[in-house]
Design a protein around this ligand. Sequence first.
Ligand SMILES: O=C([O-])CC(=O)C(=O)O
Length: 206
Amino acid sequence: MDSLIQQFKALPTTAISDAMDGLNNLDSAIKPLKDEYHFAGRALTVQVPVGDNSAVLKAIGEAQAGDILVVDCKGDTYRAIAGDFVVGMMQTMEIEALVVDGVIRDLAAIKDLNFPVFSKGTTVASSGKAGVGETNIPISCGGVTVYPGDLIIGDVDGVVVVPQAICEEILKKAKDKIVKDEQRAEKYAGKPDEIRKYIAMMTAKS
Ligand SMILES: O=C([O-])CC(=O)C(=O)O
């Protein structure tokens, strides 16, 4: 894992989101299958037509170790973009995580794999495999434009996308935000008088 990705992984998504004014987070309906999942990596983008996951298979074949598969399936929640077999292949090919604006199936078996999946939930129906769809193109996933190679970070609070061109700037802002949050917590924790002053300041009419 390169140093930039490692540094992003050390931060909570909330701080990264704050550094981007909350404007580049995926729809909050896209959640981790387990609370402890936390990933960071480069996006390998996938666009599929509703109900067909051929391009997901194509992406698994193209992936580099550490990639995050980010799938735009137009928010469809009827057909699964992957089950335990497809997710198992992602794990074997050293993909780091799957993020999809749709659903998966074989929930229990996927949880047993301990592979980070972030989705809108589960279904029973599988996808067709007609061979259409694209990889490595700009997509829209969960309301956010994702370009191949963008940084994508997910944890229990959600998923945030950092465009490649502003990675360094956002990393610094997110680190600064964490320091500020820590200083604020220290200033107010266990100090009712300070809290009253803070509330008065924040609610004063100008
Ligand atoms: O093959 C599929 O598309 C979905 C599936 O059932 C699996 O991955 O196990």
